[in-house]
Design a protein around this ligand. Sequence first.
Ligand SMILES: NC(=O)c1ccc[n+]([C@@H]2O[C@H](COP(=O)([O-])OP(=O)(O)OC[C@H]3O[C@@H](n4cnc5c(N)ncnc54)[C@H](OP(=O)(O)O)[C@@H]3O)[C@@H](O)[C@H]2O)c1
Length: 332
Amino acid sequence: MKQRRFGAGGPLVSALGLGCMGMSEFYGPSDDQASLLTLAKALELGVNLFDTADTYGHGHNERLLGRFIAEGGAARRARMVVATKFGIVRAPGSGERRIDNSPAYIRAACDASLARLGVERIDVYYCHRRDPVVPIETVVGTMAELVKAGKVGSLGLSEVSPETLRRAAAVHPIAAVQSEYSLWSREPESGMLATCGELGTAFVAYSPLGRAFLTATLASGQLAEGDFRKGNPRFSGDAEASNRALVAELSTFAAARGLTNAQVALAWLLARSPQVIPIPGTRRIAYLEQNAAATDVDLSAGEVAWLDRLFTPESITGERYPEAGMLGIERE
Ligand SMILES: NC(=O)c1ccc[n+]([C@@H]2O[C@H](COP(=O)([O-])OP(=O)(O)OC[C@H]3O[C@@H](n4cnc5c(N)ncnc54)[C@H](OP(=O)(O)O)[C@@H]3O)[C@@H](O)[C@H]2O)c1
């Protein structure tokens, strides 16, 4: 597996990470045993960046990763770069959320994540969403204390604006920004990628497969009850049909290259800049292997440009989140 630098002066990590969120919720039922096998396969393939958050499955996701780490002992732990996040607060069993960036909350959330993961140090700790009431300087100052205390390795921010990143980086180095980025979600191109380049911050691309939509493996209208995508504007009605037509063109392109849509979507991201590190999520070994192979795919400049033109922001129908899901997301 090829590697990329996790922020200027940071450690080398696999060019693709593994998003663990779907192993706990959002995309239908999951199976812990299958997830544990997928996690083990990731390490075997050289994937060493594992992405979770305290809110995924209300702690289930961190506990699952903790179990995986515990089962492999110190040797396994040493091979892994574990990234988690704080800031989204939900009552157990509820989808409703509020954002908390207060120093007391950050300290308590960190201790709770350390306990669930069963580790002495979180390698990458992200602020998941911004609460504008708390200045970013206060948030990062508190996070920096956790670094000093040895509880956290490096710092990250999710879904922030370039302005917030600059202010944060003036307080403490920010190793990574994590935001949605894929063929059909191009917001980071309006300033964040350039700012990351300037500051030496890695850009971690979440939902790089458009939550599976870009892979053309989701049958229309077949999402299970409770699947988060059912309420996503891009997955329903006319928007879905219109977006599906673009994905059909992607499928034709991928087939002609002997690749899967997922591989093209990931290779396109990897070609954007050496700072981009996609974290596709999967619960299945077959998908994981397919995605890992994308790190060896080279797209020509002409192919990248063709894909850029196919998925312009104007050609996509529907927002990337329902309105409630935009809470704490800073628009550029
Ligand atoms: N910072 C944030 O606010 C934020 C928000 C969302 C997500 N994230 C992180 O980003 C990670 C990835 O994002 P995501 O899971 O939302 O979306 P994604 O990676 O774009 O898509 C995941 C979906 O694609 C399917 N899939 C994966 N590889 C495939 C392949 N080769 N062919 C066909 N289908 C494939 C998965 O299926 P199976 O699961 O059935 O295998 C799953 O349904 C998450 O796990 C999480 O760690 C962060």
